[in-house]
Design a protein around this ligand. Structure first.
Ligand code: RET
Length: 133
C-alpha cells in the first residue's frame, strides 16, 4: 500500500461547510473551522495508523488498525459515536463510519505529490487536498 505518512498542510477545501451542516455542527464552530488552516500528521506502521488533524482551534486524533472495527467518538466534531472500519481498496484508504448518519465515511489517497481526503455524510462530499509540509 502507499505510504501516506508525514506532515501535510491543507491547500484546498471544497464543501466543508456542507459536510459540517450534514453533521449538524453548530454555526459558530462551522465559521471557525472554515477559516482555519489544518495540518494532518499521519504515522503509519504496517497496518497501524494515527491520524491527527490539527488546528489552532481544536485537534482531532484517531488511531486504528486496518481491518479492525473500532468505536469512534467524534469529540469536538459532531460528538457522535460511530463504528469505524478502515480498509485498503486498491490505493485508497477507505473508512466506513456506521451510526446515526447515513453514508458516512472518508477516503484518503495520494495523487502526484498531494494527499486527497474525501469526507462523506449523507449526500454531501467534501474534498480536501493537502501538500507536504
Ligand atoms: C477541526 C476543527 C474543529 C471543527 C472541525 C474540524 C474538522 C475536522 C475533520 C476531521 C477529519 C478527520 C479525519 C481523519 C481521518 O483519518 C479542523 C478539527 C469540524 C473534518 C477524516
Amino acid at each position: 500500500p502507499p505510504d501516506i505518512s508525514g506532515k501535510w498542510i491543507l491547500e484546498t477545501n471544497d464543501r466543508l461547510e456542507d459536510y459540517m451542516k450534514a453533521l449538524n455542527i453548530d454555526f459558530a464552530t462551522r465559521k471557525i473551522a472554515l477559516a482555519l488552516s489544518q495540518t494532518k500528521l499521519i504515522t503509519q506502521d504496517g497496518d497501524k495508523f494515527t491520524i491527527k488533524t490539527c488546528s489552532t482551534f481544536r485537534n482531532y486524533e484517531i488511531s486504528f488498525t486496518v481491518g479492525v472495527e473500532f468505536d469512534e467518538h467524534t469529540v469536538g466534531l459532531d460528538n457522535r459515536h460511530v463504528k469505524s472500519l478502515i480498509k485498503w481498496e486498491g490505493n485508497e484508504l477507505v473508512c466506513t463510519q456506521t451510526g446515526q448518519k447515513a453514508n458516512r465515511g472518508w477516503k484518503h489517497w495520494l495523487q502526484g505529490e498531494k494527499l486527497y481526503l474525501e469526507l462523506t455524510c449523507e449526500d454531501v462530499v467534501c474534498l480536501q487536498v493537502f501538500k507536504r509540509k
